[in-house]
Design a protein around this ligand. Structure first.
Ligand SMILES: Nc1ncnc2c1ncn2[C@@H]1O[C@H](COP(=O)(O)OP(=O)(O)OP(=O)(O)O)[C@@H](O)[C@H]1O
Length: 729
């Protein structure tokens, strides 16, 4: 009984630690149960020899030798060595007990197997018996001992059998243990392998976890990428869908277009057939035309050659025209010189209705002179009554005027006198402004050609000077100044074709009481002092501080004339007409340069001419003013007019003398502002025209005769040879 715990304790210590808990434990329990059953059986046979007595022995029980394999296995592993299973032994009989109870040799049972010879149970029983036999009962005791010896022998035999059986069982158990230990080792190895595998697997697991983590991250990234990709794809899909939609609509349109094109093609096919037919016809026509074209091409090349020749001819003609222009100028000037560089025209104005009232016609007082056809007849009668006897005998050349006057002698006899005057041209009262200008226009041309021209209107007050120079408001009544300006502009324009380019400027001055006033200026009359400057090199005359206007159109000149007229009206007093008592000088300066024509270089020749149109003060005051003499201012005016007009006569006379005799004759230009101003236009290199205006009235006859005599004197003067002011730059 006491060995069970040892088996029990050895079993878990030796097996449970290293082998699996199930199978070895079961096997140990079953063998122990069988042992427990045998021991219970022994107890039943010999109660006093209880097994616990064995357990009390100090002899150590011989443990079952563990198999070398098991021992080696456990020791090699370093684990606690399990307690080996002990072989069951019979309890040994101590010498002390044997000496007292029975002789050892006789009482020793026959030798048996080692296992059975060593039981100790008998000795345990004898050694531990409670009662010690007495010497009287030795025989019984021997019997008893023998019985007991036999019993013991049988018990030992049974025990031996049991021991053998147990040994066999033990051997089986050992084998099983060995087997289990082998299994255990195998399992340990498997376990180690499994552990190492587990370790590897753990490492792999860690590695795999890392990999999984990485893969997860990668996966997340890929997921994100994929999501983005998906979004992108979505976007692309949307775009593609949109494109698809557009494509579809385009396709629809294209289909429509195709449909319409098909229709068109169908129409076109029909038209094509028609056109093919036409084309064939046209090709035939074309062939015919081609041959014609060849003919025309030849003609064109011939014409091109002709054109080139013609263009060359045109170029030559242009050059020729420019050269002939120079010739024309020379010839024109020669003609003007032959006509005389100072010429005199005489113009008699018509009798005006206003003359009837002013000069007291008997018909005008009757009041019937101004109405109806009867009135016109009366007017004609009144005219005859008032007008002087002017006759124009030269009906072909219009160069003569005959004045007949009658006067009473001291004896009371009527004396008739006839004066015959000849001028370059005589204009009758019916003459128009255009007719007068026709003669003057030649001088305007000379001015454009670079000559200085001076045209005077001379005559008594009311004789028609202003009318001749400035004219009336209508186109037909416009005077010499606007016509000359128009002529200059027209000719300047025409001269462009001959390579000339002109610029024009104008000034309008008044000489009143030997003072120069600017009719185009803003300054108050008679206040500002203007000086006359002559440039001896260029022959140009300039007046200081006067308005010189660049002229761009004839209409501009008309405006200037009206400005001048209004300024004169403001300056006029109530008593006197300022225009009658002053000279007005309109100067048109013309500057030209030959720049050439297209493709033909100009000569560069420059010319500068001036056209002076002078409306003189009334000439009659020469006599009348001195006769009166009461009004000092008027006397002064008259004296100035007298001086300037006589100075003009003197200059012309001196020029005439110089022309006739030559030499270094002094010309008194400085005797008056008028002659000094017109110095360069009166000298030998200029052309002068005096228009003598005559009143047709008999009341003015004496004045008219005086004027005629003055004009004749001028007309008979020959001013040298006109010299063209030109210079080559
Ligand atoms: N040929 C003409 N035909 C028609 N009317 C004329 C003619 N000549 C002059 N007259 C008229 O005679 C009048 C006097 O002429 P104008 O004023 O021109 O004379 P004037 O000599 O200039 O006088 P003044 O010296 O006072 O200026 C004006 O009414 C003008 O219209």
């Amino acid at each position: 009984m006491s060995r069970l715990p040892r088996l029990r304790s050895s079993s878990p210590a030796g097996l449970a630690a290293d082998s699996g808990p199930s199978m070895p434990t079961r096997m140990t329990n079953s063998s122990l149960k069988r042992k427990a059953a045998i021991e219970e059986e022994d107890e039943a046979l010999d109660q006093p020899r209880k097994l616990p007595a064995i357990g009390t022995s100090n002899r150590p029980t011989r443990p079952l030798q563990p198999s070398k394999t098991a021992s080696n296995l456990t020791s090699s592993r370093g684990a606690p060595v399990p307690r080996p299973l002990t072989r069951p032994k019979a309890p040994a009989i101590t010498k002390t007990t044997r000496g007292t109870s029975a002789p050892p040799t006789s009482s020793r049972p026959p030798s048996r197997t080692g296992t059975t010879a060593r039981p100790t149970a008998g000795r345990v029983v004898s050694g531990s018996g409670p009662a010690r036999p007495t010497p009287g009962g030795r025989a019984s005791d021997d019997k008893r001992f023998n019985a007991l010896q036999s019993q013991l022998t049988s018990i030992e035999e049974a025990r031996a059998a049991d021991a053998a059986r147990l040994a066999a069982d033990m051997e089986a158990e050992r084998n099983k243990v060995a087997e289990l230990q082998a299994n255990h080792r195998a399992l340990s190895m498997e376990l180690a392998a499994a552990k190492s595998q587990e370790l590897n697997q753990r490492r792999e697991l860690v590695h795999a976890s890392d990999e999984i983590e990485n893969l997860k991250k990668k996966h997340n990234r890929e997921v994100m990428d994929l999501e983005m990709d998906i979004k992108k794809r979505d976007r692309e899909i949307r775009e593609v869908n949109e494109d698809l939609r557009i494509c579809r609509s385009d396709l629809e349109r294209e289909r429509d277009t195709v449909t319409s094109l098909k229709n068109t093609i169908a129409h076109q096919s029909t038209a094509h057939l028609t056109l093919t037919t036409q084309n064939n016809a046209l090709e035939a026509q074309n062939t015919a035309l081609q041959s014609q074209l060849d003919i025309y091409s030849r003609k064109v090349s011939d014409l091109t050659l002709e054109l080139e020749a013609a263009q060359k001819q045109v170029e030559d003609m242009k050059k020729e025209a420019m050269e002939s222009e120079l010739v024309r100028r020379k010839l024109h000037n020669m003609v003007q010189e032959l006509k005389g560089n100072i010429r005199v025209f005489c113009r008699v104005r018509p009798v005006l209705p206003s003359d009837l009232t002013t000069y007291g016609s008997s018909l005008s007082s009757s009041g019937s002179a101004n109405s109806g056809s009867e009135g016109s007849v009366d007017f004609e009668k009144a005219k005859e009554e008032l007008q002087a006897n002017f006759v124009f005998p030269d009906t072909r050349d219009h160069k003569e005027i005959v004045v007949a006057s009658s006067s009473s002698s001291a004896t009371g006899q009527e004396r008739k006198e006839v004066y015959n005057f000849g001028f370059d041209r005589v204009f009758e009262p019916e003459s128009t402004q255009a007719e007068v200008f026709e003669e003057i226009s030649q001088l305007a041309q000379s001015c454009i050609d670079g000559y200085n021209v001076c045209i005077f209107a001379y005559g008594q007050t009311g004789s028609g000077k202003s009318f001749t120079m400035e004219g009336g408001p209508t186109e037909s009544s416009s005077g010499m100044i606007p016509r000359a300006v128009e002529q200059v502009f027209r000719v300047a324009d025409q001269m462009k074709a001959k390579g000339w380019q002109y610029t024009m400027e104008g000034q309008f001055l008044e000489i009143y009481n030997e003072t120069i006033n600017d009719l185009l200026g803003k300054a108050e009359f008679d206040k500002k002092k203007h000086e006359i400057k002559h440039d001896p090199k260029t022959g140009a005359t300039r007046v200081t501080d006067v308005e010189v206007v660049r002229l761009t159109s004839p209409s501009q000149v008309r405006n200037l004339l009206s400005v001048a007229q209004s300024r004169r009206s403001v300056a006029a007093t109530l008593m006197n007409e300022r225009s009658s008592r002053s000279h007005s000088v309109f100067t048109l300066r013309i500057m030209g340069v030959n720049v050439g024509i297209d493709g033909c270089v100009g000569t560069g020749e420059k010319c500068e001419g001036s056209l002076n149109l002078v409306d003189l003060a009334g000439s009659e005051r020469l006599n009348v003013s001195f006769a009166n003499g009461a009004d000092k201012e008027r006397v002064r005016e008259t004296q100035n007019i007298n001086r300037s007009l006589s100075a003009l006569g003197d200059v012309i006379a001196a020029l005439g003398e110089k022309g006739e005799k030559g030499g270094d004759k002094h010309i008194p230009y400085r005797n008056s502002k008028l002659t000094y101003l017109l110095q360069n236009s009166l000298s030998g290199n200029s052309k002068t025209l005096m228009v003598l205006n005559l009143s047709p009235l008999a009341a003015h006859l004496q004045e008219s005769i005086t004027s005629l005599r003055f004009a004749t004197k001028v007309n008979n003067t020959t001013i040298g040879t006109a010299k063209k002011q030109s210079r080559i730059s």
